[in-house]
Design a protein. Sequence first.
Length: 563
Amino acid sequence: MKFLALLAVAAITLIGCSSLPTNHTASQLPTANAAAIEGHMLFLASDELEGRDTGSRGHEIASLYIATQLQALGLQPAGDDGSYFQQVPLRSSRLVPNSASLTLHTGAGDTSLAYPKAFFTGSDPVETESTVTAPLIFVGYGLISEEFGLNDYAGLDVDGKIVVMLTGLPDSIPSEEAAHLGRERSRFAAEQGAVGIITVHTPKQEAVRPYANSILYLNTPSMRWLDADGQPGGVQRQLRGGAYVHHEAATELFADAETSLATIFDQLEANELPQGFDLNISATLNRQSTHESITSPNVVAVLPGSDPVLRDEYVVLTAHSDHIGIIQDVRSDNRINNGAMDNAAGVAILLETARMLTELAEPPKRSILFLVVTAEEKGLLGADYYAQNPTRPIEQLVANVNMDMPVLLYPFADLIAFGANHSSLGSVVERAASKEGIMLSPDPMPEQAIFTRSDHYTLVRQGIPAVFLMTGFQSQDPEQDAAAIWGSFFSKHYHKPTDSIADLTREYGAIRYDFGAIFTQINFNITLELATDPQRPYWLESSYFHDVIGQPHTQQVPRSAAE
């Protein structure tokens, strides 16, 4: 399909939506249009957009498409300088080839680990040349949590040292709380005085995500958003080095220690929490990086509320428009990562939800902010930049409904509502889903830490209750195994060129745009109730996040993508 044909698809989508009735009574609410969802996905997942990589022409086109769709619906611009765009300044960093080294200094002499077979590291977003030499100290999982009675740093002096920690999380902590704590590890280390982090890949982690899978992304640049002074935001600057070490090679780190790594792995198998200790060796971490400055847009629009007081509060709908671009393997005939499910589907559903909300007889009481963000695939950067630089006051953002990668390959019977159980959104989501005959299920794969892997998490960290819906593992068709289909998609097509409408259709049959409409209807139901209820959404007192996340604070990320 050529680009002019794609523009025709866009026009047809707009015409098809605008031909629907515009006035509705309370008993005649708008309904989701599967054909509109299909039209948006055909455009956003097309080859002509070349995988919508952050900073690419294809992503710019996608952003323009999204902005003009929202403008055509009559939504007001809420970006920079009266526009629909918030430009996100970014620093793209690459590791200089053959520059990374990890050398262990022991009583028997120096040992260098092989890159990338034994270890890998990411680029440094702050310095083009960075090196650190310091003693090593083991800190277990590297967690601190008063709520769960954890302090892996208790009795340890890590000031000026490189901490060695295990990947993964204790099984005793609920998945969403564990996922949040896992994101805090670099902050914990920096606050204790560490100058670097070495993370040990474990046999348990190998079963979930093989070490070899991570190596596939070594040539991918890392990114950070830049603050007003042109400095990378959210970076723990005192962490001057990092590495991720294969579980077999990591035995070298414990060669002079009082406890072997094999013993620690045995403790993990027994669900015990390893205690920290000095490793009695030191290490030098070294790397060189190149930096490039780019910009990429968030798209921001608003539907003003109708209530003279509540219109100053906003329900935020989010989806990410970026994907991962073109693969570098020139041997492949199929190199474009189209991102049909991830996340053309989510954006299409946001756009259709926006259309439905604009066709209400009267706007909801609260305003609704539509935020389509960039650089999700680079670490939730567009969303985090917005959370740190909101175009509406952060305290006026009352709830977030996030739409990311609904897998529209089977007639789902259930949904997983990440985050909803922590706030008053839980009952809202349950009512919204039940209206469409859909039930809610618990997280079927907590080891994936999905709660912290999409854009809603950056707003959660600012104290904003959020929900992120994922299509569940139960099917309305007894002949289709929803869990098997979802697992097959995740293992074979997620972040691969075959996440395309054509490839997915060949393997699974027609894309279920009809169930995309149901998914849209549920998100519409959630949004409408949140924007209408006089009660502002709130964290449940029983929730971990009620006390842990109550005040806005800056997200901190390590300086190495490996940490």
